[in-house]
Design a protein around this ligand. Structure first.
Ligand SMILES: Cc1cc2nc3c(=O)[nH]c(=O)nc-3n(C[C@H](O)[C@H](O)[C@H](O)COP(=O)(O)OP(=O)(O)OC[C@H]3O[C@@H](n4cnc5c(N)ncnc54)[C@H](O)[C@@H]3O)c2cc1C
Ligand SMILES: *[C@@H]1O[C@H](CO)[C@@H](O)[C@H](O)[C@H]1NC(C)=O
Ligand SMILES: *[C@@H]1O[C@H](CO)[C@@H](O)[C@H](O)[C@H]1NC(C)=O
Ligand SMILES: *[C@@H]1O[C@H](CO)[C@@H](O)[C@H](O)[C@H]1NC(C)=O
Ligand SMILES: *[C@@H]1O[C@H](CO)[C@@H](O)[C@H](O)[C@H]1NC(C)=O
Ligand SMILES: *[C@@H]1O[C@H](CO)[C@@H](O)[C@H](O)[C@H]1NC(C)=O
Ligand SMILES: *[C@@H]1O[C@H](CO)[C@@H](O)[C@H](O)[C@H]1NC(C)=O
Length: 506
């Protein structure tokens, strides 16, 4: 695809490539990119930027949560600053047949992102504004905003929105696939709180999707959104902030069966409070147990210690090795208490990360024990010893309150209260180590799925590694499968948005 003509054309665009950079870059530059970027440049707003590999900023713009494992093959980055910038970029890329991929938080871990053969990174980070609307019931949030930005902007107005948990992840990434969080039991998934979205379609036209406009698109954005367009902004419900009480109880491995039987029991109670979340992490803490991973379990309450006390009592009665309680925790600090803030281990970037997600109807103790034992082996291997095992039951009341047919989200995502995944981290780019990580992850997931009986296997789209079947991610109902595929044919016939756990057209 490359040629001398392409090379001289790049130079004529004003790039000063060193010979080392040309060697890395040239073999990947199809001729069409040159024409496309020079056509695009005059259309862009003054704050937009086109960044070529020769620029100093290039390297930083390649870093992802999970690089080098996930390294989409870009030739150029367009940092868009307005919705019209996104429209023009998509139109011109379409005209020249150049693939592109939107980037916001960089934390997507699906291996399908590596299918980008060449093309444009549409970097959304300049679209990062958060504005509380005059009535105080909703906020308008830019399509490239990260969670810590939204949380802080809203908190300044005594408001909060339903996002995911980790401050470093975008708002839109989790939302388009669901959005599990500390607020879901009360308010539903993040996507249940989207009032409308501005979406740039595959043909480069921006439209509004809401309950009253472009209903099909609005349906698809909520559950399969990564496959249907680029969201430039969205209107989200906001709620008044309250302070929290958070207990962190650390259990040694001998308590696993008792702990998760209790979790099953509490989760099944109709009186389970919707202002409570339960979530655990399997992790090595050698000061507590030198040989085995422990379970760091968090019970969070949007309310007072007094209100929380009766719910935490049965957990205390199991005899945790460590108990910590934090009271009067504001919504910003809650992210620090739960180790989801920007400085947390979870938010590390430029480190391989993979998780083989599994959603489950309840915990099966023998399956969990088997999975835990494999996780023990994984983390005994020093290459993987900072890995964790997510054991989440955030609560389903708000999630079940929404009609499952009203969004593209898989039915199982609304039925199964357990969200679990190993989160495997390792350094470097050694082929054998990568293969070992995948194998451990798959073994853990297989052990968990072996405990489901006849229930249908389901993986949350944002915890999928990219090897799962379409139905396992997007659901099994015949009408839902047909609707998703037919909307894909209608709205994205050339599969421009096909790099994130793709929805097939047929
Ligand atoms: C550390 C960490 C914490 C996480 N925490 C949670 C959590 O608490 N709750 C939860 O539900 N999930 C969570 N996840 C999963 C998370 O939802 C996905 O990893 C998600 O894809 C991340 O989105 P991103 O914008 O950060 O990543 P990116 O890699 O930037 O984007 C992910 C996908 O979304 C597309 N995209 C990005 N911006 C836009 C846009 N504006 N319009 C359309 N498409 C766009 C990209 O093209 C890509 O396909 C977490 C993942 C990690 C690694
Ligand atoms: C990582 O290793 C693979 C296989 O050896 C190779 O194809 C890929 O280019 C490497 N990636 C990086 C970012 O070094
Ligand atoms: C947020 O958006 C503003 C305005 O477009 C931009 O100047 C700034 O660089 C963005 N922030 C980040 C971290 O990209
Ligand atoms: C793009 O598609 C939308 C929805 O089908 C349509 O309304 C719009 O006119 C199209 N834009 C162009 C430029 O064809
Ligand atoms: C929340 O707690 C902080 C102290 O952490 C306190 O200053 C603030 O007044 C509390 N807010 C509410 C709404 O109780
Ligand atoms: C992981 O292994 C490395 C190398 O052996 C060691 O230095 C580190 O302390 C280990 N970390 C944990 C959490 O066990
Ligand atoms: C629990 O999991 C085991 C496999 O670990 C399986 O044999 C058993 O049938 C499961 N129990 C139920 C009730 O599904």
């Amino acid at each position: 695809m490359h040629s001398l003509i392409a090379f001289t054309a790049w130079l004529s665009l004003g790039q000063s490539l060193t010979s080392a950079q040309t060697q890395v870059f040239l073999p990947r530059a199809p001729d069409s990119l040159v024409a496309a970027t020079s056509t695009l440049r005059p259309w862009l707003s003054k704050d937009a930027r086109i960044v070529f590999p020769s620029k100093e900023e290039w390297a930083e713009l390649q870093i992802r949560g999970s690089s080098p494992r996930i390294s989409p093959n870009y030739n150029v980055v367009v940092e868009v600053a307005t919705e019209a910038d996104v429209e023009k970029t998509v139109q011109i890329a379409g005209h020249y047949g150049i693939p592109f991929l939107a980037v916001s938080g960089t934390h997507g871990w699906a291996i399908t992102l590596n299918n980008l053969p060449f093309g444009i990174q549409i970097n959304m980070r300049k679209l990062n504004s958060t504005t509380v609307d005059p009535r105080g019931k909703t906020a308008t949030v830019g399509g490239g905003t990260l969670q810590h930005e939204v949380t802080r902007a809203l908190y300044a107005k005594n408001k909060q929105a339903v996002t995911g948990l980790c401050e470093c992840v975008s708002v839109i990434g989790p939302l388009m696939g669901g959005g599990h969080s500390m607020l879901q039991a009360r308010h539903g998934y993040a996507l249940d709180n989207i009032v409308s979205a501005r979406v740039v379609l595959a043909n480069g036209t921006a439209v509004t999707a809401s309950e009253t406009k472009n209903l099909d698109l609005f349906w698809a954005v909520r559950g399969a959104g990564h496959n249907f367009g680029i969201v430039t902004s969205m209107v989200l419900n906001v709620y008044d902030v309250q302070n929290w009480t958070a207990y962190v109880l650390i259990f040694t491995q001998d308590k696993i069966e008792k702990l998760f039987s209790l979790v099953n029991e509490v989760d099944a109670q109709p009186s389970r409070p919707s202002n409570m979340f339960l979530t655990g992490t399997g992790v090595r803490i050698s000061d507590i147990d030198a040989k085995n991973p422990v379970i760091a379990y968090t019970l969070g309450f949007e309310g007072t210690e007094q209100e929380a006390a009766p719910w935490v009592a049965p957990f205390q009665a199991l005899g945790p090795a460590v108990t910590q309680v934090a009271t009067d925790v504001d919504y910003i600090s809650l992210h620090t208490v739960t180790q989801n803030n920007l400085e947390s281990t979870t938010c590390r970037r430029n480190l391989n990360i993979v998780g083989n997600g599994a959603s489950l109807p309840s915990w099966n103790m023998s399956a969990l024990r088997n999975a835990y034992n494999i996780f023990g082996e994984l983390t005994a291997d020093s290459r993987f010893n900072t890995s964790v095992f997510l054991l989440e039951n955030y609560g389903m009341e708000g999630v079940e309150a929404v009609d499952a047919s009203s969004t593209a989200l898989a039915l199982e995502e609304r039925l199964y209260p357990v969200l679990t995944s190993p989160v495997i981290w390792w350094e470097g780019n050694d082929t054998q180590t990568t293969a070992d990580a995948y194998a451990y992850g798959e073994k853990i997931r297989a052990a968990l799925f072996a405990g489901m009986g006849k229930a249908k296997k389901h993986t949350y789209v944002n915890y999928a590694i990219g090897t799962e079947s379409f139905e396992q991610i997007y659901g099994y109902e015949d009408w839902r499968v047909k609707k998703l595929k037919s909307l894909k044919r209608k709205l994205d016939p050339k599969n421009r948005f096909g790099y994130y756990n793709p929805v097939p057209a047929v």
